[in-house]
Ligand binder design. Structure first.
Ligand code: ATP
Length: 259
């Protein structure tokens, strides 16, 4: 493990798709060790692209880094593939709820531990995650495809955590889920950060960003246009307009911040 204050440092990142579509043009941000940071922005702002860059997935999308650096644990990220980055300590749940529907819940969890060198530690880690997500414990022997949408999202997050990461990267974990389920996921993620795992979160809903992260950045057309404490940023008029689009959205933020 490196010794700096940040587990992740992104500096001046430029990314294009198909050599010409500029998706990120000079993005810089840090995630402190054990910290939790949200990336906000409208559709197409570049949030998913940044997460793909951090997790080594750009080549799958015919995208490439044209400038800047990413460092994880004080080591370069660019050029390392996704599984090497999982082994290094970056776990991700990016593609919605892509669990394996025919595999049981337990088998799905074991898949997440593919890169764990200390195999003897896996049962204890699984037990810890089942405490964090008790609903999964009740369904351990059932196929993942039979779980509800919220339970599948919990399984996707738990599977990523089986790798014992230093950084957990999440794309839209609350998408399409009921507020109560989102609250459950938020509580689990707070425990995760309390135990020292850093989180980089993209989410269109405000509840998880407010409940889990301390700092946030607003992306617009591939650039960061505002940064600050999540509560401050989500109370900002410009952010409301860019991110939520409506006055009604601002009222939602106010209600969630006060809750
Ligand atoms: N596979 C791809 N091929 C070409 N262009 C892409 C691809 N994926 C994303 N882009 C482009 O890159 C830019 C940033 O997209 P990205 O998906 O990162 O934004 P986002 O903020 O995550 O938005 P959303 O919430 O809609 O996913 C957009 O202009 C988008 O059209």
């Amino acid at each position: 493990m490196g010794g700096g204050p940040n587990v992740l440092e992104v500096d001046g990142l430029v990314v294009t798709y198909g050599r010409s579509v500029l998706a990120l043009s000079g993005v810089s941000l840090n995630v402190p060790r054990g910290g939790a940071v949200a990336l906000l922005g409208a559709n197409g702002a570049g949030k998913t692209t940044l997460l793909r860059a951090v997790t080594g997935l750009l080549p799958l999308y015919d995208a490439e880094v044209r400038g800047g650096t990413i460092r994880f644990d004080d080591r370069p990220v660019i050029g390392r593939d996704a599984s090497a980055l999982v082994r290094a300590g970056i776990a991700q749940s990016l593609e919605g709820r892509r669990i394996f529907p025919e595999l049981t819940v337990e088998e799905n969890l074991r898949v997440g531990a593919f890169a764990v060198r200390d195999r003897a530690a896996i049962p204890a880690r699984q037990a810890e995650l089942l405490e964090l997500f008790p609903r999964l414990g009740e369904r351990l022997r059932q196929p993942g495809g039979l779980l509800s949408g919220g339970e599948q999202q919990m399984l996707a997050i738990a599977r990523a955590l089986m790798a014992g990461p230093e950084l957990l990267v999440l794309d839209e974990p609350s998408l399409g889920l009921a507020p109560l389920v989102v609250a459950e996921i938020g509580a689990a993620l707070r425990t995760v950060t309390d135990r020292g795992t850093a989180v980089l979160l993209v989410d269109q809903g405000t509840a998880l960003a407010l409940g889990v992260t301390h700092d946030a950045h607003l992306l617009e057309h591939g650039r960061i246009v505002a940064s600050g404490p999540t509560t401050t940023l989500l109370a900002d008029d410009r952010v409301r307009e860019a991110y939520l689009g409506t006055r009604a959205g601002a009222d939602v933020v106010a209600a969630e911040a006060g809750a």
